[in-house]
Design a protein around this ligand. Structure first.
Ligand SMILES: Nc1ncnc2c1ncn2[C@@H]1O[C@H](COP(=O)(O)OP(=O)(O)OP(=O)(O)O)[C@@H](O)[C@H]1O
Ligand code: SF4
Ligand SMILES: [Mg+2]
Length: 326
């Protein structure tokens, strides 16, 4: 059994918020005490509305930023302490696929160089054999050898995302963190890329941390789901258990709102999702409400809810942070 593949323990990332002269310092609690573990070969999904901290968790797991508190253990090693060879090995083992495949590819590099570069950097393959290896990689992601000499702009969005996935696969990773990898693609292409993730996961046994606002995608692909709200996890459960019987009132709301999720696009083209038809606005991670952070929007709240913070606790084979479950 491999319980200790990726362990996220009480992870926190606070940013100092801008404040005026003489004002007391305030903090954006982007991630505030998140814990979960991911097993080898499994897909762990993180869901929640815009700004709840999903990408910050992803960046912490990838060691792109350092935590304010808590730790990430990858194969029992605290990633904050990694240096030298062990850091290089970590950088190979854990790869990312971003939302926007265009922004994450160098427009001046041909596919053969984009995909060949990691082989050279990590000294994995003799130069003469790189072409051969890149062709195999392309085949894995459903592209032919005619792609080799092309530049990113010569491909469609879906094909570019295939190239990004191929690049993540060059170094034979053990874990891929995918942050909204489908949401910049046309709806008609999303299913193809989703199937590619499913195929990779089946054929290669790579674990995935999959961030998505599309609950149908999450249900299809993931084994376990963490539902995030204002920097914390409010429910952690097996995918089928969660979808067939959500326990936390926020999970219920998310699932019942599936058709009502609005996706508008910000100036940088990233989709932002919010639930519509809920009485109160999402509180800010600078002013997290006292007690249960969800209480201003919760229809099931009672006296205790605006006083005591509910801890994430075991309840019938899953974990829930709500006073309704003792
Ligand atoms: N570098 C930073 N400095 C200050 N605040 C930040 C920084 N990065 C993120 N935040 C804030 O932390 C919170 C969580 O952001 P994060 O990007 O992790 O959310 P998210 O769940 O990925 O949202 P989305 O679905 O829109 O991608 C937000 O309120 C965001 O404004
Ligand atoms: S603790 Fe109270 S306010 Fe929070 S989700 Fe549960 S019932 Fe609602
Ligand atoms: Mg994000």
């Amino acid at each position: 059994m491999d319980m200790s593949f990726l362990d996220v323990q009480n992870l926190k990332k606070h940013y100092q918020a801008r404040s005026g002269l003489g004002e007391t310092k305030r903090f954006v609690k982007a991630v505030d005490g998140v814990s979960f573990s991911v097993k080898r070969d499994k897909v762990f999904a993180l869901v929640g509305e815009s700004g709840c901290g999903k990408s910050t968790v992803a960046r912490l797991i990838l060691k792109l930023i350092d935590p304010t508190g808590g730790r990430v253990l990858f194969k029992e090693q605290d990633i904050t302490a990694l240096k030298g060879d062990s850091l290089r090995a970590f950088r190979r083992s854990v790869q990312i696929v971003f939302q926007d495949p265009f922004a994450s590819l160098n427009p001046r590099m041909r596919v053969i160089d984009t995909l060949g570069e990691p082989f050279i950097i990590h000294k994995l393959v003799p130069r003469k054999q790189i072409r051969e290896h890149v062709v195999v990689l392309l085949e894995k992601v459903g592209l032919g050898p005619e792609a080799l000499m092309k530049y990113p702009h010569e491909f469609s969005g879906g094909q570019r995302q295939r190239i990004c996935i191929a690049r993540a696969l060059t170094v034979s990773p053990e874990l891929i963190v995918a942050d909204e990898p489908l949401s910049a693609l046309d709806v008609s292409i999303q299913a193809q890329i989703l199937n590619l993730f499913q195929q990779i996961r089946r054929d290669s046994g790579i674990a995935l941390v999959f961030i998505s606002h599309d609950l149908n995608v999450v249900r299809y692909l993931s084994d376990e789901v963490g539902v995030m709200y204002l920097g914390g996890i409010v429910e952690l459960a097996g995918t089928e258990e969660l979808f067939s019987a959500p326990k936390h009132p926020y999970t219920e709301l998310l699932l019942s709102s599936v058709p009502k999720i609005t996706t508008d696009r910000t100036a940088d083209q990233s989709p932002r999702i919010f639930l519509t038809g809920v009485q109160a606005d999402i509180p800010s991670p600078i002013d997290v409400p006292p007690g249960c952070p969800f209480h201003p929007r919760c229809q099931k709240r009672f006296e205790l809810c605006d006083k005591d913070v509910p801890a994430l606790k075991e309840s019938g084979g899953r974990q829930v942070a709500c006073h309704l479950y003792k």
